[in-house]
Design a binder for this molecule. Sequence first.
Ligand SMILES: Cc1ncc(COP(=O)(O)O)c(C=O)c1O
Length: 368
Amino acid sequence: MRIPIVNLKPSLAETRVEWERNLAGLMERGFFILGPELARFEEELARTLCAGFAIGVSSGSTAIEVCLRDAGITEGKQEVITSAMTAPFTGVSIAAAGATPRFADIDPETLQVDANDLGNRIGKKTAALLPVHLYGQPCDIGRIARIAKASRLKLIQDACQSHGAMPFTKYGDYVALSFYPTKNLGCLGDGGAILTDKPAVAKRLRQIRDGGRGSGGLPRNQIAFVKGINARLDELQCCYLNAFLPQLHRWNAQRRQLARVYDEMLGGAKGIQVLRRSPESVCHLYVIRAERRDKLRDYLTKLGIGTGIHYPVPLHLHPAFAAAKQKKGDLPHAEKAAREILSLPLWPQLPEQQVREVAEAVLRFYDS
Ligand SMILES: Cc1ncc(COP(=O)(O)O)c(C=O)c1O
């Protein structure tokens, strides 16, 4: 692709000195799990994202699973309501914890979960709400947190796409992040973290991610006290994360600037709709709604412009989530959006000229 949807190489090049130094230290120590690189990362991540504590885990998916386990949501009779428009892994993680995912519809202008619809779906079996901050943008979290409190439900935030958009922990005890390589803060493999403000919660989450084992040496560290999993974040990944983290706010600002260029060129254009975005958005993805979406996508591909669809099928229509008993037609906004959305190229160092080229190509498609 002449202009790919994402390119990680510039971020690696910009931080090379730091990650090489971190890797050299790691090889010298020869200590690869739960070591000083992780401890440094957890401290810096909490500080950078204005949270009390950060707990490194092995992926965004295990971040969600560990939170649900700590919240005691591990049985099929317990339902967790999340957005129908999210990565499949949000639903997969609920099921992995043992609970049953159910899905709410979205706001057609932002594609964020609709707080009203989420609230209306609360039933006797509902144990938790799991709102997603999609595409880098906070959802209506103030309202959703109030609904959770009024209904005495646990609140787990999926912020896997929204690193640094706002201090999410002020709304609830559990915030999940993913460091999948293409995220605003990514590693070179799988990785994730949980943010919380509560010391007691942080302590329990650390225990769950490490097999539920005790601390303080033998025999306690070889006894599983609670039902945990192995969800540790490797020292190796922390070598990269510690190099990337100081750049996060700058990279987010660059994404915002490029998204504004797309907005200016595409806002109000024939055939497409630009999503409504709040100023906090860290612009993880630049998503438009497009008429004749698949034809536009083919046209851009032929020009060497990479695109994506996040996400082509709403989660209530995935075979793996049939237990939700939600069928086609139940969540009309999510179903319609899934047929129309298209993600355009965006990464922090994408040259502005290339953003203009992509936008011009989109405009040309609808003019011809
Ligand atoms: C919204 C959302 N939730 C959960 C996940 C799962 O994260 P991971 O791929 O790190 O397991 C992702 C990333 O794929 C995501 O984008």
